[in-house]
Ligand binder design. Structure first.
Ligand code: F6P
Length: 510
């Protein structure tokens, strides 16, 4: 297979980038279903767009997209399909072999959510649940938290992920154990943080209720490892399965989305899936130049690989979407932070940029200074919602004005007055503006699926596997050794600087 940097279109792009063209089209926008993507603030012109689209074709992206939807083994290192699109497809569009199991398990999950919402499922003392503590980390937390935070709903849902005891204590501090349902979401049911927090939750519950049977009534597991969940003490009829063909960061559509279904109810959850499916259909069927995920991916590649933008800021102008930068950090960096290509050779081009970002005007008063006058190249996505869902019209007008104003400043910059060079703002920083007409389940589903497919397109062009994450394993193994060393054991295989820090910590903790 030809390496991407040897493709004709890639070299055409190298040549175009060297020309430092600055002509920008006045208007470049695409929209579907209430989501508009404006990329008139990118550093592109029609020749560049044509070359980027040629790159997608030369990389065989159209057939890779079919492979994804049809359930081919797109995750080669783990020999798995990645069928998150099947979960949100109507039954008749799902690939054979997974259609029925998805239907059955989705119905079961929604049933659990309904029982909790309607108070038919009760705690050990017969009280209905008023709070859900969702324990999970990474993909087993960020997707559900993003959605619940964005759309609210009518249930108190809390998220606990970190292994920090302060977080665990705070999450449970003011809760009534008799009214608390604990969801343990872990695909592997082997993740240190999740199991540690689940054990804390179990002791918290048992100490306060004094009832050995409370675990069976107050815990639900969402996992691909039902046996481990049962060993923990959660009965099989309280374990909701997920499948190995759903990656963690693509799992909010599965039973991992239980807190979403509890917060929003079945209708809201199905609308979320419906919005994602709308984007799936758009992605699979739209021509390249009209295809939102593909164009978002290509713009990212242009900025990252040809304009040296090694970081990408996600600037969210809607408080309800505050978790989006974090969610995208995992989605993009865990998927595409790779340096080995699919044929096992080292990548000779850059893959994922650093994804970072923040929330609305808070960011303007903190890190935007660097965006306007710093020395490094970057790109940005602005995300805003036209109708805010509240009636503070003037505040919302200010918010939107700031969003558009920041994008304009990044684009145009401003020369400095003759006597004040420190006031110069260079501009010429590329950004895309994503506008939702309003924020609801459907549109949020579309927005998330848009980014999922962006990541997929980029991975195909970069020649990497976006569905594995082997890089995180080493740190996990080393933490286990250090954990032992922080106790009584001595381990001379630990490197010297780590060992000396262990000694310092031990002396402080004595
Ligand atoms: O450490 C990375 C990771 O494996 C993520 O990919 C995943 O979302 C997270 O940990 C949680 O994994 P699990 O759902 O198995 O607990």
């Amino acid at each position: 297979m030809t390496a991407v940097q040897d493709l004709r279109s890639w070299n055409r792009l190298v040549a175009l980038a060297a020309q430092e063209r600055i002509s920008r089209p006045a208007s470049m926008r695409l929209d579907t279903g209430g989501l508009l993507m404006d990329f008139s603030r990118q550093r592109i012109d029609q020749d560049i767009i044509d070359a980027l689209i040629a790159l997608a074709q030369e990389s065989d992206l159209p057939s890779a997209i079919e492979d994804l939807f049809e359930g081919a083994t797109v995750n080669a290192s783990e020999r798995r399909a990645a069928l998150h699109t099947a979960i949100r497809a109507p039954h008749h569009e799902r690939p054979d072999g997974v259609a029925d199991v998805i239907e059955a398990e989705q119905a079961r999950m929604l049933d659990v959510a309904r029982h909790v919402r309607e108070g038919d499922w009760r705690g050990a003392t017969g009280k209905p649940f008023s709070t859900v503590v969702h324990i999970g980390i990474g993909g087993s937390r960020l997707g559900p938290e993003l959605v619940v935070n964005a759309l609210g709903g009518d249930f108190d849902i809390r998220f606990l992920s970190n292994v920090d005891g302060n977080a665990a204590i705070r999450a449970f501090a003011d809760l009534d154990p008799n009214e608390t349902l604990i969801v343990v979401a872990s695909k592997s049911f082997g993740t240190l943080e999740t199991l540690t927090n689940a054990r804390y939750a179990r002791s918290w519950l048992l100490e306060r209720t004094g009832d050995e049977n409370a675990v069976a009534r107050h815990f639900v597991a969402v996992t691909a490892n039902i046996e481990a969940a049962r060993r923990f003490g959660i009965p099989a009829d309280r374990c909701l399965p997920i499948w190995d063909w759903i990656g963690g960061r693509y799992s909010l559509w599965s039973a991992v989305g239980l807190p979403i279904a509890i917060a929003l109810g079945e209708t809201g959850f199905r609308e979320l899936l419906g919005g994602a499916h709308h984007m799936d259909h758009h992605f699979r069927t739209s021509p390249s130049a009209q295809n939102l995920p593909l164009m978002l991916a290509l713009l990212g590649i242009w900025n990252n690989n040809f304009l040296d933008a090694s970081t990408h800021a996600v600037l969210v102008y809607d408080h309800r979407l505050a978790i989006l930068p974090q969610f995208l950090q995992q989605l993009e960096m865990e998927s595409s932070g790779k340096s080995v290509t699919n044929d096992g050779s080292p990548s000779r081009i850059d893959t994922a940029p650093v994804i970072w970002g923040g929330e609305e005007t808070d960011g303007q008063h903190a890190f935007h200074q660097l965006l306007h006058q710093g020395t490094r190249a970057f790109s940005a996505d602005f995300v805003a919602v036209a109708n805010p869902g509240h009636d503070l019209a003037d505040q919302h007008r200010w918010l939107l004005a700031n969003c558009l104003g920041q994008g304009e400043a990044l684009l145009t910059g401003a020369p400095s007055p003759a006597d004040a060079p420190h006031q110069a703002v260079a501009g010429n920083h590329p950004s895309t503006t994503l506008l939702l007409d309003r924020l609801d389940s459907r549109r949020l589903g579309m927005l998330i699926a848009l980014y999922e497919h962006k990541v997929f397109c980029q991975s195909v062009i970069w020649g990497i596997n976006p569905f594995d994450q082997w890089g995180v394993e080493l740190g996990k193994q080393l933490a286990r050794r250090v954990y032992d060393a922080l106790g009584v054991s001595t381990d001379d295989t630990i490197d010297e600087s780590t060992a000396s820090l262990v000694d310092v910590l031990k002396s402080y903790r004595r």
